[in-house]
Design a protein around this ligand. Structure first.
Ligand code: HSE
Length: 428
């Protein structure tokens, strides 16, 4: 029976989760035996939930990657550059298969690493980099290879989805719910990566590159996070039949691949609107499939370690596939910036000074930008004399709503930063 010998770099939550799975592999469905040939981490003496004393210790990840005893290098260090990248390159150059959970590394350097893996004829696998335990990477790359994918949408950050769900459900502040997400281990060690939308953007770019056979170009991905979203926004949207969520989208246009992450307002009956808490979900639409949706735990050590182990299981089959699934002869598409003519309805929330004429100024500013009001909701002013107003617009373009945003920000009666989000059309 074939034996795979892992070199595991990084013994945080996911690394320890993987060691645990290796130790109880007899209860899993692996097609062969897995051994741990060596380990490395930042701190050797730290208390860990698994016993790692019997494994050979390496002080340096690249040394581990190059060691003859290792035939599969597992990178769980994190970070787009630095030791993670050096070690992965070392492993690939030594002709070893690499498994990584590092979405930043794949989003920023996946293209060149995939090329290196192709030259060496080895696998570069990263199921755990996108949506934790949800098996989307190889489903998209392999199982759906017969589908002409047109659009991929999803909720790809558990922390942000937990934030927007829990703030509304428990009427707590952003800060208090984020602290809970950190306690529960959903958030990255630097939660700015989550709330800024960057973590979801890394994952969205990886999915878009696979789905559309595109050269991954992260500089063209537009990213906006949930930092500005308040309980007030969630509440007013709810009263207008909308749920605010951080949505990732990749789609094919006549110019190329558009990839973006931003908060959207979804009609409450939209399938993505019903995905709550730290769950992730990905909806893949294409021809002749129609649509398929995958939902599950997108964060946390157990689910993410299980995705790494799924990649280990794949390596018992020695046929290396291109990392992004694309053969050399395939037409390569390009990532492009979103076009400003793209149309949608919008959710707009402002706070205006409670005085005669404020509402008229607001509607005039919108009208000047070519934006027409469909629904409007105003509450009484708070103690500071600021009246919250929420609007659902008729369909308009990104260019028009951009002009509206500038006008609203400069209104004399405006207080604070207006919130503006595209409203996703109801799904079939
Ligand atoms: N911090 C991520 C999230 C999990 O909240 O979804 C790992 O990608």
């Amino acid at each position: 029976m074939k034996t795979l010998k892992l070199g595991i770099a990084g013994l945080g939550h996911v690394g320890c989760g993987l060691v645990d799975l290796v130790q109880r592999q007899d209860s899993l469905r692996l097609p062969g035996k897995v051994e741990i040939a060596g380990i490395t981490a930042r701190n050797r003496s730290r208390n860990r939930p698994v016993n790692v004393e019997d494994y050979k210790w390496f002080d340096d990840a690249a040394r581990l990657a190059a060691d003859d005893s290792v035939n599969v290098f597992v990178e769980l260090i994190g970070g787009s550059d630095g030791p993670a990248k050096v070690a992965v390159e070392t492993a690939l150059k030594s002709g070893k298969a690499v498994i990584t959970a590092n979405k930043a590394l794949i989003a920023m350097h996946g293209q060149e690493l995939a090329e290196l893996a192709r030259e060496q004829g080895v696998d570069l696998l990263f199921e755990a980099a996108v949506a934790g335990g949800v098996p989307v990477v190889r489903v998209l790359r392999d199982s759906l290879a017969g589908v002409d994918v047109r659009r991929v949408t999803g909720i790809l950050n558990g922390t942000c989805n937990f934030l927007t769900t829990e703030m509304l459900a428990t009427r707590r502040t952003y800060e208090s719910v984020l602290a809970e997400a950190q306690r529960l281990g959903y958030a990255e060690s630097d939660p700015t990566l989550d709330v800024s939308g960057m973590d979801a953007a890394h994952k969205a770019a990886i999915l878009a590159a696979i789905a559309f056979s595109a050269d991954l170009d992260f500089s063209k991905v537009s990213v906006r996070g949930v930092e500005g979203v308040e309980l007030l926004d969630l509440d007013l949207a709810d009263r207008l039949g909308l749920r605010i969520k951080l949505i990732a989208e990749g789609k094919i246009t006549s110019d190329g691949v558009v990839c973006r992450v931003e908060p959207y307002a979804l009609p409450v009956n939209h399938p993505l609107a019903r995905v709550n808490g730290s769950l992730n979900t990905i909806r893949i639409e294409g021809d002749p499939l129609g649509a398929v949706t995958l939902t599950g735990p997108g964060a946390g050590p157990g689910p993410t370690a299980s995705a790494v182990m799924g990649d280990v299981a794949k390596l018992f089959n020695p046929i290396a596939r291109p990392a992004f699934g694309r053969a050399d002869h395939h037409d390569v598409r390009k990532f492009v910036m979103a076009e400003p003519d793209e149309k949608s309805a919008y959710f707009v929330r402002v706070r205006l000074r409670d005085r005669a004429g404020s509402l008229a100024e607001l509607t005039e500013a919108l009208a000047d930008a070519g934006v027409s009001v469909d629904k409007l909701l105003q509450d009484s002013a708070d103690d500071d004399g600021a009246a919250p107003i929420a609007i659902v617009t008729h369909i308009c373009s990104r260019r028009e709503i951009g002009i509206a945003r500038e006008r609203l920000e400069s209104l004399e009666s405006n207080i604070g930063t207006p919130q503006i989000m595209a409203i996703e059309a109801s799904a079939d």
